[in-house]
Design a protein around this ligand. Sequence first.
Ligand code: SF4
Length: 219
Amino acid sequence: MFDDDDMIMISALQHAMFCERQYALIHLEQIWAENRFTAEGEALHERVHRERHESRRLFREEYGMSARSLKFGLTGKCDLVEIWLDPNTKKPIRVNPVEFKRGRKKANDVDRVQLCAQALCLEETFSLPIEKGEFYYLQERRRVSADIDDDLRAKTVAITAQIRAINACEKTPIASYDKKRCDACSLIDYCMPKYATKSVRRYMQNQIKAGLTSLCESC
Ligand code: SF4
């Protein structure tokens, strides 16, 4: 069991899967910068979390619900949790996490791992098994079901272990430039991945050259 000081934010799993260095910059060095993707994602989640909680006789909707798991050391907010109640006891009998996404379905497992982490937390909160969750893709305006299966659970647990290993060594991994990934990263200006393997001298020469070019252009 983990205690409150040793929790990993569910959002951190996404950062670590995207890039371990990005995870360390955000969560160890407390560096954050917005770009279009992060700003749009943030605005979407704020809007979702402000939605009213709906309640019918045997069904509840909780937007922006906080959840945590002491067993896995995870904590975070779920966009929407749908809860079905037993007609006799009025206790929850089924729980369905729904994660809202701005874009389309991703080819990789990043979103599924985030949903699985929410499911692990909600299973502990409600003492109920959760075998499925859903995504709501705004661009496509449709819900997509996702299995919370053993493989996904193992992957999610492995990523939390990977994060704990980064935390334990307290070292930010060295950058490695990958055009597709880094050009979409909001931290590229802090990270400077193109210069990670170049010498400081070469870096300074490039900076001076770039400065002189922009000076000449403004003459
Ligand atoms: S710029 Fe690239 S290497 Fe640096 S944090 Fe972002 S994704 Fe990782």
